[in-house]
Design a protein around this ligand. Structure first.
Ligand SMILES: Nc1nc2c(c(=O)[nH]1)N[C@H]1C(S)=C(S)[C@@H](COP(=O)(O)O)O[C@H]1N2
Ligand SMILES: [Mo]
Length: 360
């Protein structure tokens, strides 16, 4: 971001404006395998566009044999599939960085799991028949704004190989109902395993191209950089993370937790866009020592978070710092700390929850 990082903890008015529009998932909603729609996190770069579903069309063009113009009814008449997908904003955890990058100030709540229904993207691309030179697929949303001084439609691209993966879908339903306006009505892309920015909402055009996409959301934004002048590394898949259902009860202002009854069952969910979760560990001493949690038998889909639980018997009353960390099948483990980056993407440092245990 162009803004200078703040030297203090104080949230700026601009961050507050963003935080009031783009809400997180209250972490107690980690209880539900599928996040109720109103509790799913929300991230809208510009404004939610107004869409008349009768007039709306999806255009498919570029280096294809057949240009397509599809109505919502035509898309809904195609063979459909449903898939539970955990989506997380790449900026989740950003507010923990110091200095804090000025952007949507997520703490840890920018996550949710939707039961998405729609058609496979591959099926639509195969109708259009991409030509041999086809290299990437660019997705354009109906929303429009200024970002980094550049006026733009929200756009992201996928390589042809990523776009043709089985699980990538064009979704029109969320949890059994049409997409609500804020989640991309009438049609959005869902790219399982990738951070949320790839899943373009309010889809209006799909363009098959022969050149790599160099739009703002690829080249300026969504890159890991230590310095603003570096080209940086593109942000792609979700690195592993585990979060706890907040144990005990909170203090209204500080959110500090109190636990009155023992033993205490700590539970949560873990996910990774790189592969299945194979291990979750819990620490009650701020990450010095770890013990294995019990993993639930199965996730709802290979692309959805996996539940876990841990029976905790603290040695006595007092203050503790609970942590959990996830490992996936590729061996990626959550770190205690991540290197600072200019925009604070993919900060998957372990969660720390301070609790006061009252019972002896
Ligand atoms: N058209 C469009 N698509 C978009 C966005 C947007 O602002 N405009 N935000 C992206 C980002 S950054 C995220 S994290 C996800 C959030 O999806 P959700 O609001 O349905 O949770 O949508 C992505 N798709
Ligand atoms: Mo995001």
């Amino acid at each position: 971001m162009a803004n200078t990082p703040p030297e203090t903890d104080l949230i700026t008015r601009e961050e507050l404006q963003l935080a009031a529009r783009n809400h997180g998932m209250p972490l107690e909603a980690l209880r539900y395998p599928i996040t109720p729609v109103g509790l799913h996190y929300l991230l809208v770069h510009y404004d939610i566009p107004a869409v008349d579903p009768a007039a709306w069309r999806l255009e498919v063009g570029g280096v294809v044999e057949k240009q397509l113009v599809l109505s919502l009814d035509e898309i809904k008449a195609m063979p459909a599939k449903s898939l539970a997908v955990t989506m997380e904003c790449a900026g989740n955890g950003r507010a923990a960085l110091l200095p804090r990058p000025i952007n949507q100030p997520w703490i840890l709540e920018a996550v949710g799991t939707g039961d998405w229904r729609g058609v496979s993207l591959r099926q639509v691309l195969e109708l259009a028949i991409p030509l041999d030179q086809a290299r990437e697929v660019v997705f354009t949303g109906l929303d429009h704004g200024l970002e980094g001084g550049i006026e733009q439609d929200y756009q992201r691209a996928l390589t042809m190989d990523e776009a043709m993966r089985d699980e990538v879908m064009l979704a029109y339903d969320l949890n059994g109902s049409p997409l609500p306006p804020q989640h991309g009505f009438p049609l959005r892309l869902v790219v399982p395993g990738w951070y949320g920015m790839a899943s373009v909402k309010w889809l209006t055009r799909i363009e098959v191209t022969r050149e790599p996409f160099v739009g703002y959301q690829h080249v300026r934004s969504y890159r890991l950089r230590q310095h603003v002048d570096e080209p940086g590394v593109p942000v792609t898949r979700i690195v592993p993370r585990s979060l706890m259902v907040p144990p005990g009860f909170p203090d209204f202002m500080t959110r500090k937790r109190t636990i009155k009854r023992l033993p205490c069952r700590i539970e949560g969910r873990a996910w990774s866009g790189w592969g299945a979760i194979t291990k979750v560990e819990v620490s009650a001493d701020g990450g010095r020592t770890w013990a294995a949690a019990q993993l639930d038998t199965a996730a709802q889909s290979p692309w959805a978070w996996r539940g876990w639980s841990f029976e905790w018997s603290p040695p006595g009353p007092g203050d503790y710092e609970l942590c959990s960390r996830a490992t996936d099948e590729t061996g990626k483990v959550q770190p205690l700390d991540v290197p600072w980056t200019t925009a604070g993407y993919s900060n998957n440092a372990v969660q720390r929850v301070k609790v006061n245990v009252l019972t002896a």
